[in-house]
Design a protein around this ligand. Structure first.
Ligand code: PEP
Ligand code: MG
Length: 845
């Protein structure tokens, strides 16, 4: 193993990075290391190497050692604003220096007056395969003292002769080759080892931690793949990756070879081996990506390219900009994931993987170090991976290009400070016609005006196709270049059941298609009309069906769909995308709008559930090893009581009084509820409110489920958050793409906890709700009712179907079914047992 010593670059007080008042450094976004508050103005080299960057403002310097390790020293925070005042470079970029050589002189007073802080991070900017050791404890240091040692092997650096590489070659028998899912699985595994692991195939090699690089190898069924690793745990890494391929194989067999994603039709139309090959006059053939029929006006959209400047304002600045943009995009994607269904969440998990892909990020950072702007660097890095994927013969891998381009535009827009990639006004019943479409472009459009989507290119298994199916928008892809001849505004018929687009239909054909569309619409309206009625099971038992909301638009959709109230307002998403905490008045206005949109229906407002997978830019929490197990939910609220107090003041002022019920996330014990209750009482007294405020506890942790009989004494209702409850019970990350199929809330262990919580609520005569995703799962509904749940809160669009299902159920039958399910051994057995019991329509027992 190789080590590199990093010495103190000046005299001062040494601290951990967490002390640096800048989340970019304290969050270790630029790398790991230590910080020094300087007491001398002479900065010397912390190690021997080449000066890689030293901007004209001379407030930062980075140096690359002979082993390829990059070390950045950034004097103070926000010192870039000094524009070089008080700083003097003593070497030039490209200079070869020895440890202790003078690099920068600076005037301590000028710097201290002009900067936010003089705390100076000394960080290793690419920790890939590296780790810190022998870190100096906080205290005084002198220039030249050992700060820390770096151990391991830097990416791209040849393995030292005394560290033999280990490897294994195998034949990939995965039917689809190394496509996105197995690539993500392998990258996850590679990331858990310190070793540098490389995959080689077709004479090319890829960093095994990078999904993009693995996909770009283009490994197909029957190809030879070699796994090579060097470093401390090289043998384990190779074994783990080989086992990962076995696991991918098992998953592939379990899913059924070549199976389409559930709920979607991906076959090419009958009689057409190749789409678009047997076109009747005035008709184009395509591949069905989402079924349905629509008549509408062709609406062409062109993607606009986001302008980026090639040259940057200095590597440190540009690098920090890119990191900030990625933080911003991560938060936004988390918000979007939580406001959509399972399809959307899965797509966003893939986008997050790309956002953090080491190959993409290293390529961008290299360009930034060479003086390029952050946007230019990010786009170039993405485009080179796009080029690699486009060159492959594998259509499934080529479909991932759209995802890369989407992640590109997310980051470029964040850099430009813009919010949405596309927001063009659509006519009523628009049939969107384009060469291709990105997932975020679709979600930015007004879905209510979108009758259908027709793409010249695209793929039936692309993520945008999955989204269209989830939004129930008929979609055809692979229609070919012929779609370019369709006049903007022309009336077209999209038959995404048969796979055809009629570009010049006769009046009779339009008439007939309109009648078919109308018949479908009436059927749907009938279900919606029924959904407006109060919901009771077949035996008369009252069951409330509420909706989960993220904003006022959701509230309107909830009412249209017959929701009887809001069972969960995710307040954190109302204010996630901003730099400053929302003031009381702003929060009150947002809550009041939602309350008004709900009319007389109750509004269960959840206190901000911040932390874990929902970071907030205006509340940079300390870096945590396991954010899902750290400061989040009520823990964050109690750690930052001022934020909670502001929110409570706003929530309690919503009119009419008593409409808002409060819900507390991530409870683990009674003390947390009592603490929140105490603060609520203080605020009530402060603002002169005397009405009773209903308070609920979320059951999202096994602890809360097991303590439910104690908790329920202190609250008015319980609401089971099955998403987190499943994650914490099964110890499986709810956003993990490879574990998605196993993170099933119908696992008997989760059901036993639901039973414990529901039983406690029933015994205490208090309402038990379920507001996690399982509430909208038709297989789960009879079990939940059988366990005593009497309120289900689901996405607005699911309300009519859930109400219809409940109306067909008898609670006694549900009880008997639930009791049987609790005795089963797996989620699969539970699903099979319920599926056998419920009728063909899925809703009669
Ligand atoms: C849950 O965990 O089930 C829940 C409803 O909360 P969220 O999904 O917002 O974490
Ligand atoms: Mg939750």
């Amino acid at each position: 193993m190789s080590t590199q010593q990093i010495l103190a670059p000046f005299d001062g007080w040494c601290s951990v990075l967490d002390e640096v008042p800048d989340p970019v450094f304290s969050g270790r976004m630029l790398g790991d290391g230590l910080a020094i508050d300087p007491t001398s103005g002479i900065l010397v080299a912390p190690c021997a190497g080449e000066i890689i960057t030293l901007p004209a403002s001379a407030h930062a310097v980075s140096i690359r050692t002979a082993q390829g390790i990059d070390v950045l020293i950034h004097v103070g925070i926000d010192t870039v604003q000094l524009g070089g005042r008080g700083f003097e470079a003593r070497v030039r970029p490209g200079a070869i220096v020895r440890a202790g050589d003078e690099l920068i002189r600076f005037d301590l007073d000028v710097a201290a007056r002009g900067a936010k802080s003089l705390m100076t991070p000394i960080v290793v900017t690419s920790m890939d395969g590296l780790r810190l050791q022998r870190c100096r404890a906080p205290g005084l240091v002198s220039a030249g003292d050992l700060l820390f040692e770096i151990a391991g092997t830097a990416a791209g650096v040849d393995t030292p002769a005394n560290e033999p590489a280990v490897g294994r070659t195998l034949i990939v028998t995965l039917r689809q080759g190394l496509h996105a899912r197995p690539a993500a699985l392998l990258a996850q595994r590679a990331k858990s080892f310190g070793a540098q692991t490389t995959l080689r195939a077709h004479g090319r090699s890829a960093n095994a931690r990078s999904v993009v690089a693995i996909m770009a190898l283009g490994v197909r069924h029957g190809d030879e793949l070699s796994i090579q690793a060097s470093g401390v745990d090289a043998a384990q890494s190779v074994a783990s990756l080989a086992a990962g391929i076995e696991e991918a194989l098992r998953m592939e067999s379990a899913a059924g070879h070549g199976a389409a994603p559930p709920g979607r039709t991906v076959a090419t139309p009958a009689g057409s081996a190749e789409p678009n090959s047997t076109n009747a006059p005035g008709a184009l053939r395509g591949v069905i990506a989402a079924a349905g029929v629509a008549v509408g006006r062709a609406t062409r959209i062109e993607r606009r390219e986001i302008a980026v400047a090639e040259n940057g304002a200095g590597p440190v600045h540009e690098s920090a900009e890119l990191e900030q943009a990625r933080v911003h995009v991560r938060a936004r994607l988390a918000r979007v994931a939580a406001t959509g269904g399972a399809a959307r969440r899965e797509i966003i998990a893939a986008h997050l993987e790309f956002l953090d892909d080491p190959q993409l990020n290293e390529a961008a950072q290299d360009l930034i170090a060479a003086g390029k702007g952050a946007g230019f660097a990010w786009r170039s890095a993405i485009r080179s991976s796009v080029g690699a994927l486009e060159a492959l013969e594998d259509s499934r891998l080529r479909e991932r290009v759209d995802d890369l381009l989407d992640v590109e535009s997310h980051v470029l827009l964040a850099l430009a400070g813009e919010a949405r990639p596309m927001n063009i006004p659509l006519p009523e019943r628009a049939v969107l016609v384009a060469d291709d479409l990105l997932p975020s472009e679709l979600t930015a459009l007004d879905g209510a005006r979108l009758a259908a989507i027709c793409l010249g290119g695209g793929g039936a298994t692309s993520h945008v196709a999955i989204l269209a199916a989830a939004m129930e928008i008929p979609m055809l892809v692979g229609l070919g270049a012929g779609i370019r001849n369709i006049a903007d505004g022309a009336t077209v018929i999209v038959d995404a059941d048969a796979g055809t687009l009629q570009t010049a239909p006769t009046a009779a054909a339009i008439e007939q298609a309109r009648a078919a569309v109308e018949a479908r619409r009436m059927r749907r309206e009938q279900t919606q009309a029924e959904a407006q009625r109060e919901c009771r099971a077949l035996d008369g038992t009252r069951v409330e069906v509420f909706a989960n909301l993220g904003n006022v638009m959701d509230a309107a959709a909830a009412v249209v769909n017959g929701a009887e109230g809001c069972g969960l307002l995710r307040t954190e998403f109302l204010f996630i995308d901003r730099e400053t905490a929302p003031a009381e008045a702003e929060q009150l206005a947002a809550y009041q709008d939602i309350a008004a949109a709900l009319g007389p229906r109750p509004l269960i407002l959840r206190l901000m559930d911040v932390g874990g997978d929902k970071p907030l830019r205006y509340l940079p929490l300390p870096a945590e090893e396991n954010p899902a197990l750290g400061l989040r939910g009520v823990r964050t609220a109690l750690a930052y009581p001022d934020l909670m107090r502001t929110q409570l003041r706003a929530a309690l002022r919503v009119q009419p009084a008593g409409k808002v019920r409060l819900l507390v996330p991530m409870i683990t014990d009674v003390a947390e509820i009592l603490a929140v209750r105490g603060i609520i009482d203080e605020i009530k007294a402060e603002i002169g409110i005397h009405d009773r405020i209903e308070l609920g506890a979320m059951i999202e942790t096994p602890a809360a489920a097991l303590m439910a009989s104690d908790l329920v004494r202190e609250v008015d209702f319980l609401s089971i958050g099955s998403n987190d409850l499943t994650q914490y019970t099964l110890a499986m990350d709810r956003g993990h793409p490879e574990l998605a199929a196993r993170t099933d809330a119908l696992h008997p262990a989760v059901l036993k906890l639901v039973a414990a919580a529901a039983g406690a609520g029933v015994a205490a005569g208090k309402m038990v709700a379920v507001c996690g995703g399982v509430a909208a799962d038709r297989i789960a509904v009879p079990i939940l009712l059988g366990l005593g749940v009497r309120e289900l809160s689901v996405v607005p669009a699911a309300v009519p179907a859930i109400k219809r299902q409940i109306r067909s159920l008898k609670i006694d039958d549900c009880r008997e079914l639930a009791a049987r399910c609790l005795e089963l051994a797996s989620a699969a057995q539970v699903r099979a047992a319920v599926a056998r019991t419920i009728g063909p329509a899925g809703d009669t027992l």
